[in-house]
Design a protein around this ligand. Structure first.
Ligand code: ACO
Length: 375
């Protein structure tokens, strides 16, 4: 970019659309106007997904019907399971996820239908199948058969049940549910923007969701939670944290799980995840990951003034839930799918092709030189 460029690198601060789904004002995140703190304290993931899609909290009957709709659509076709079973055992889990979610379109009866009704039905089927896909990927990687979903369980409990083959404790299920709520939507983050760009071409919902998965994968976005756990494992012990942080900052390295493009005064989701990490540490009698994370937060905040984002404490939370680290980002996707879909539906409802401009900074107009005249 030239010095006189009018382009905004990283689109920082650019308001690219209007949206009635979620808002970030200071350190307050709302879904449809309701503070995330209230939702994390009182709601459930299903209720939040309904709220994001339809704009209002459901009545009891509406919630019941929505939950049944999701539960009935959890099953994967034998072809999808067969495909997943053939993925390489050491495949990147986000590569596996984007492949499996993409292939759901093969067997969706309305994959190419763009009517509002068809899109609603696809939305339910997609969201319902996401946890089943993530759990199946993990089971096959472990050399186990997938555990069929249960219709009598909520999203969070059913996911942990499919992952482990046993019922989760009440605390584990509750923590999973709150984690899903906290990750469900976040204004115009990179993956949601990607989903909206894809939807704005009137591409189908599966395609837009796959595009979003691809964007979430990167370590500057959803991939950070996995990177946080890798760092904690590498540090090993709480007494090594201070040295690690100081050296990493001296080397000008980014410390994963800290900083945010929008929140400069703290990410409201991080405090919930921190609290749950501490609760789990106590319940499991294993303080190490929480203590290390807490020390790291103190150090990074003192040394660099950076605060933890959603990815930081979610790493220790998922580890306490017995989830391997390369499943963290697929779980993020499983929750964020609710937000992506809300934005895709919003984009379809009032569409205009998203097609910005680039400021050209390449060579000025010049002539084609035939191949035999080039030196
Ligand atoms: N570790 C060390 N330094 C950092 C970090 C970090 N995690 N984040 C920002 N900084 C520093 C930068 O080096 C820069 O310092 P400088 O002014 O001395 O050069 C300053 O803080 C500003 O950084 P920017 O890159 O301008 O901030 P930006 O808004 O572009 O970055 C981002 C936001 C990408 C999230 C960044 O904070 C980062 O890389 N964090 C680590 C990755 C991460 O946790 N990603 C998850 C984000 S949440 C989510 O997507 C779900």
């Amino acid at each position: 970019m030239t010095q006189t460029s009018t382009a905004t690198k990283g689109l920082e601060g650019i308001v690219a659309t209007t949206s009635a789904i979620s808002s970030i004002i200071g350190t307050t995140l709302t879904y449809r106007g309701i503070d995330i703190n209230e939702l994390a304290a009182h709601s459930t993931f299903e209720e939040v997904a309904y709220l994001l899609w339809y704009g209002e909290l459901p009545t009891q009957d509406q919630l019941q019907a929505f939950k049944q709709d999701l539960a009935r659509n959890r099953q994967l076709s034998p072809q999808i399971l067969q495909d997943i079973s053939n993925y390489p055992r050491d495949a990147n889990t986000m590569v596996a996820l984007r492949t499996a979610i993409s292939s759901l379109a093969f067997y969706d009866p309305e994959a190419g239908e763009m009517s509002p009704d068809a899109n609603h039905d696809k939305a339910v089927r997609l969201l319902a199948k996401f946890p089943t896909v993530v759990a199946a990927i993990q089971r096959y990687r472990e050399g186990e058969q997938p555990v069929p979903p249960r219709q009598d369980l909520d999203e969070a409990s059913n996911f942990l049940y499919m992952l482990k083959g046993e019922m989760p404790s009440e605390l584990d299920a509750h923590v999973m549910d709150v984690a899903l709520i906290l990750h469900a939507d976040h204004e115009l983050n990179a993956s949601t923007f990607t989903a909206r760009v894809a939807a704005s071409t009137l591409s189908d919902m599966h395609s837009a969701v796959v595009a979003a998965i691809c964007t979430l994968k990167g370590p500057l976005h959803g991939g950070a939670n996995e990177a946080v756990m890798r760092t904690l494992e590498q540090i090993g012990e709480v007494q090594n944290v201070t040295g690690y942080v100081r050296q990493a900052l001296e080397r000008k390295e980014r410390i994963m799980g800290f900083g945010h493009r929008v929140y400069k005064e703290g990410d409201p989701r991080a405090k919930w995840l921190k609290k749950m990490s501490e609760q789990l540490a106590q319940a499991k009698g294993d303080p190490k990951w929480f203590d290390m994370s807490n020390r790291m937060e103190e150090e990074v905040t003192r040394e660099k003034g950076l605060l933890p984002n959603v990815d930081f404490y979610s790493a220790s939370v998922y580890t306490y839930l017995g989830i391997p680290r390369d499943l963290f980002t697929p779980i993020f996707a499983m929750s964020r799918a609710s937000g992506w879909i809300a934005h895709i539906l919003e984009q379809y409802a009032d569409n205009r092709l998203i097609r910005p401009r680039a400021e050209y900074v390449g060579p000025q107009a010049r002539r084609y030189v035939p191949l035999d005249q080039r030196s």
